[in-house]
Design a protein around this ligand. Structure first.
Ligand SMILES: Nc1nc2c(ncn2[C@@H]2O[C@H](COP(=O)(O)OP(=O)(O)OP(=O)(O)O)[C@@H](O)[C@H]2O)c(=O)[nH]1
Ligand SMILES: [Mg+2]
Length: 479
């Protein structure tokens, strides 16, 4: 017989005997051949041509093949649901002094856990990895995620104790640099998120939030997906404090939103929203509820911003033509939740609108009346078109506001930021100084937004924090 080809692989050296010419696809197959596949192939033929492979010698130590055989038997037992036997098999292999590669150890632990025996997975973990000083948080997390919450709470408690110990002993609290032990801190983020989730399910809000705050010290490793996971956890738990802690952490860590972030945010705060009425006079306003109003010149983007806030782009009608909204349009949010319901009010615009002067004057009177007398108005969003800056009408309106009693509820919002060429900070600073020059007695917080690019809603929700979290202290202390 003639040796046709020799394949050198990590696991073994293979000699190929006959036929002299190989079909092309067989060659491809042999390029990817592994030690185990050699054995299989040596007993088979491909197409009409027979060939033989002989494994002449194994390049790695004999433990590798033993590990593979153990692996096959282990998987077979798992298939038969004999999880305990599978566990015993691995344990006796190791207790008899055999070596076992780390990749197999990890695999056995994970497989046992995901086969419904997190307890056995954890026992193996203890036997293989854990000494009193060391901890493998990735493995512990993977075991934890497979635990049936009802049945294994002592196990979860043990895992948590180890993970919290690891967080406290291995990760610095004061901001580490991005290059520092990357893997360790990425796992640290995962551990924190899992702990946030665990403690909120246990009803321990303070402990849960402490891990959101902890994430701030891992800034380089926190990303949009971390934020989205937290929003989803606190939304499910209906925990407004958790949602706000997450938004604040996101802002401090300067993490961008994606479309999921907006959907999750709106979904967390708005369980339902309905149109209630279009009021044309003070007499036709609905019965009082805490209220959030959107005011600004015609076409500035009030209705669009309301839609962005609730992530529902068909609830308030928008139009390119100024003067679209002609009444005080009332939308009720969360109407079936007594302690959480509130109104969003979309006002007609002031300034230029494609309607008669008489009509415009009527709107201005109504807006003034509304702002001066509607006691349940808790938050006023005053919209300014960032692409045009403050208009003369805006200045008149601000002069009126400065003499009114609604300043303590005032928030300036910049719209259409996507149309601006200057940087966000430059625009915000310039409007801020204009407002101070107009006579604002405090530095106004300005919220930049873009409905077109769908960003900015988290700052609007932050502005509603006093209203939603503590309805009694919803006004800013007067300056
Ligand atoms: N590029 C851009 N266009 C926007 C933005 N927000 C709103 N618009 C557009 O501006 C136009 C006016 O938007 P509306 O939301 O109807 O404005 P409004 O203030 O409610 O207008 P009135 O009801 O007429 O007072 C629409 O064509 C919107 O699509 C934004 O952030 N960026
Ligand atoms: Mg409108």
């Amino acid at each position: 017989m003639r040796i046709v080809k020799i394949f050198r692989r990590m696991e073994a050296t293979c000699f190929l005997w006959k036929p002299v010419v190989l079909p092309t696809f067989t060659k491809g197959l042999l390029d990817r051949v592994s030690y185990r596949q050699c054995n299989l192939l040596s007993r088979s033929h491909v197409g009409s041509r027979y060939y033989r492979i002989q494994v002449f010698c194994s390049n790695s130590s004999s433990t590798s093949s033993k590990d593979e055989i153990l692996d096959q038997r282990f998987l077979q037992l798992l298939k038969q649901n004999a999880t305990r036997k599978a566990y015993d098999l691995v344990l006796s292999h190791v207790s008899s002094g055999e070596q076992l590669e780390e990749s197999f150890r990890r695999k056995f632990i994970k497989k046992l856990s995901s086969a419904g025996r997190a307890d056995l997975g954890y026992e193996l973990y203890r036997a293989f990895f854990s000494t009193s000083e060391s901890c493998d948080p990735t493995l512990l997390l993977s075991i934890w995620k497979t635990v049936d919450r009802q049945q294994h709470s002592p196990l979860v408690e043990r895992i948590i104790e180890e993970l919290e110990g690891w967080l406290n002993s291995s990760l610095k609290e004061e901001s580490p640099s991005a290059s520092e032990e990357d893997g360790k801190y990425s796992v640290g983020v995962q551990v924190c998120v899992q702990l946030c989730s665990y403690y909120i399910q246990q009803g321990n809000v303070a402990r849960s939030l402490s891990y959101v705050y902890r994430l701030q010290s891992m800034k380089p490793w926190v990303n949009t997906s971390t934020v989205n996971k937290l929003l989803s956890i606190y939304s499910k738990a209906k925990c407004l404090q958790g949602l706000y802690a997450t938004i604040e952490m996101k802002k401090r860590c300067n993490i961008a939103s994606d479309s999921d972030t907006n959907t999750l945010l709106a979904g967390a705060f708005v369980k339902e929203i309905h149109f209630v009425t279009g009021a044309v006079s003070m007499e036709t306003l609905p019965k009082p509820l805490p209220e959030v109003a959107f005011v600004g010149k015609s076409n500035v983007g009030k209705s669009s911003l309301l839609n962005l806030l609730v992530n529902n782009y068909s609830i308030a009608y928008t139009s390119k033509t100024p003067g679209k909204t002609q009444q005080l349009n009332y939308f009720i949010v969360n109407r079936s939740q007594e302690d959480k319901k509130f109104f969003l009010v979309d006002l007609p615009g002031y300034g230029y609108a494609r309607v008669s002067k008489e009509m415009r004057d009527k709107w201005v009177d109504l807006i003034r009346d509304y702002l001066e007398h509607r006691k349940c108005l808790k938050v006023l969003f005053h919209l300014i078109d960032a692409s045009q800056g403050l208009s003369q009408e805006d200045r008149y309106f601000i002069e009126f506001l400065l003499t009114s009693n609604v300043l303590d509820r005032y928030h300036a919002v910049l719209t259409k930021m996507d149309k601006c060429t200057k940087s966000k900070d430059v625009i915000v600073k310039s409007i801020q100084s204009e407002l101070v020059a107009l006579g604002f007695p405090f530095e106004v917080v300005i919220i930049p937004t873009s409905v077109k690019q769908r960003w900015g809603s988290e700052d609007l929700w932050l502005a509603l924090k006093p209203l939603l979290l503590d309805k009694k202290s919803s006004s800013r202390p007067s300056a």
